[in-house]
Design a protein around this ligand. Structure first.
Ligand SMILES: Cc1ncc(COP(=O)(O)O)c(C=O)c1O
Length: 384
């Protein structure tokens, strides 16, 4: 495929190897070892400085970061947690793993979640909302934030798919109380598996750190007698993953500018087409894709096949709403059981949306091929 769904990994080079060798040479993989190369802490410093947060904690992946975020937000067993209906299963699984109930809330492509739905759900009682920035894009969260603040609801941003994306110069993940990122293979930058959480709140940070480090407080380790101790897990990142990620962080600007440039070049060639998803501040997108909205779901299969024949991937983001999975039905966690709305707008998006990845390795011929194919699909009447 000309446009695989991969980004930072495509630019692995001598830097990742050099930093990995440093860790191997010093034999200090555990993040809290005394070492000349504490890459895990170095990543935390770099991410904190980049996004402008007081605290950052590296973890094993986005899912464990979400669990820590819920613990940081003091979510308890049986609490209702509002979760954007347009997301990957992992967001809801993290809530279920800590005993909370994931309540789907209708997505809004400008404001993150549907404002009316949010107000209604808050009336029914909830203390936490998770907005999901997807595919290197952000939302205007000002109204959502205002409503959350007024009602004492903690706003968590699942920015697993949007590391490096900004809305009006502010990073996705820094609008609410807690931001969550993933560095899994198919994310903007990667170390195979990895994640982190950011916050400005010291108490929230301490809870997340303790939860991720078996519930205790490292500077007095082991001290499960302390008031701060929790029944935690071990979700710490190690220095091998962090070494790779540190090299990737150094390349973030280069990766994002390359994607943005390629996307701009393609967009110029398809400016006649309407059904391309925009965001409220497209200049802040990481440029990792172009998202097309088909006129009808019946064209999806054919468009994917036309793409395959031309070595261009048109990717189906998610096959279904997360709560439509059988497991959710079995445990009565579907929208209907939870007396929620049907989230019909999300359902429509899932049916009609296709993602054309823009990895940071496209040359001008590739860009022309992608633009031409989108034109062909448009000429068939599938887009406008
Ligand atoms: C929106 C969203 N949330 C959470 C996750 C979970 O991240 P991880 O795979 O690092 O656990 C993903 C990963 O695909 C994701 O896309």
């Amino acid at each position: 495929m000309i446009n695989p769904n991969e980004y930072g990994s495509l630019l692995f080079d001598e830097k990742e190897k050099e930093y990995l060798s440093n860790v191997i040479d010093t034999r200090r993989i555990f993040r809290y070892s005394k070492t000349q190369y504490p890459y895990t802490s170095m990543c935390e410093e770099k991410i904190k400085n980049l996004v402008g947060s007081n605290y950052c904690l590296m973890t094993t992946n986005g899912t464990s970061s979400l669990k820590s975020a819920f613990i940081g937000a003091n979510v308890k067993k049986g609490d209702r947690v509002l979760i954007s209906s347009y997301t990957f299963l992992a967001t809801a699984l993290a809530a279920i793993a800590i005993g909370a109930i994931p309540i789907p809330i209708e997505v809004d492509l400008d404001y993150g979640v549907n404002i009316e739905d949010l107000k209604n759900e808050i009336k029914l009682g909830c203390k936490t909302l998770v907005v999901v920035h997807f595919q290197g894009r952000t939302f205007d969260l000002s109204e959502v934030k205002r409503i959350c603040k007024k009602n004492g609801v903690i706003l968590i941003e699942d920015a697993c798919q949007a590391f490096g994306a900004k809305f009006k110069d502010k990073y996705a993940g820094t609008f609410g109380e807690i931001g969550v990122y993933s560095f899994q293979q198919f994310k903007q930058i990667t170390c195979g598996e990895g994640g982190c959480v950011v916050t400005n709140n010291e108490l929230i940070f301490n809870r997340m750190r303790n939860y991720t480090d078996m519930g205790s407080t490292r500077n007095r380790f082991p001290s499960w007698d302390s008031d701060e101790a929790l029944f935690g897990e071990n979700n710490r990142m190690n220095n091998l993953c962090a070494a790779v990620l540190y090299a990737q962080l150094e390349k973030l600007d280069k990766i994002i500018s390359k994607q943005r440039k390629s996307r701009e070049n393609i967009m110029k060639k398809i400016s006649n087409i309407n059904n391309i998803l925009t965001s409220k501040d497209s200049s802040g997108d990481t440029g990792m894709n172009i998202i097309i909205i088909l006129n009808d779901k019946k064209f999806k299969e054919e468009v994917i096949n036309i793409g395959k024949e031309n070595d261009i991937e048109f990717r189906n983001m998610w096959a279904s709403l997360y709560y439509d999975n059988e497991l959710f039905k079995k445990y009565k966690l579907t929208s209907k059981d939870l007396k929620n709305k049907e989230c019909s707008y999300t359902r429509e998006l899932i049916d009609k949306m296709l993602v054309v990845s823009i990895p940071p390795i496209l040359n001008s011929d590739d860009e022309v091929k992608i633009a031409n194919l989108i034109q062909i699909i448009n000429n068939k009447g599938y887009l406008s």
